[in-house]
Design a protein around this ligand. Sequence first.
Ligand code: HEC
Length: 171
Amino acid sequence: MLLHRPLQSQVARSAGTFVVFGLFSLGAHAEQAPAMPQSVDDTPFGSEREAVIWRQDELKDLERLLRQLRFDLVNNQDARGAAPRLAELQEKATQAHLLPAFIAGTHGRGSDAKPEIWEEWDDFSAGFVDLEEKVGVLIDAAEQEDYRAATRAFSEVGLSCRSCHRAYRYD
Ligand code: HEC
C-alpha cells in the first residue's frame, strides 16, 4: 500500500512525458501522414462504394462503443468491465484503421465527406492522431480507475470527433 501512491505518480509523470514527446514528434513529422490512397487498388476494399460504407459503419460503431463505455465508466465505475471495449476503441479509433477507407475523391452522393479532406490530407489525418491521443488519456484514466479523469477524457474525445466533423463532414 505504501508503494501505491509513489508508483501512481510515477506513472502519471511518465504519461505526461509521453504526451509532451508525442506532441513534439507530431510537430516534427506532421508532413509524414500516411499516404493518401489514390484508388481502390491501394486498399483492401473491392470498390469505392464499399470503402465509403465501411467507414460509415466503423464510425457509427465508434459512436456506439463510446456510448457504452461512458455507461461502463461514468455511470457504473466499472473499469474492469470496460476493458474489452477500451481495447476495441484503442484499435479502431486510429489513423491506421480508418484512413485507408478515405480513398481520394470519395465524396459526393452517399457520403457526407467534404472534398477538403483530400486537399488538406495532412490536417485531416492529424485529426485521427488527435483522437488517438485523447483516447489514450481515457484509457490511462480507466487503468488508474480515476473516474473523474475518465469523465473529463470523454469530453475531450467528443471535442476531437466534433472538431473534425466541423471541418470535414457535411451536417
Ligand atoms: C479526422 C476526422 C474525423 C474524426 C476524428 C472523426 N470523424 Fe466521424 N466522420 C468523419 C467524416 C469525414 C465523416 C463522413 C464519412 C462519410 O459519410 O463518408 C464522418 C462520419 C461520422 C458518422 C456518420 C456515419 C454515417 O452513418 O454516415 C459518425 C456516427 C461519426 N463520424 C462518429 C464519429 C465519432 C464518434 C468520432 C470520435 C470518436 C469521430 N466520428 C471522429 C470524420 C471524422
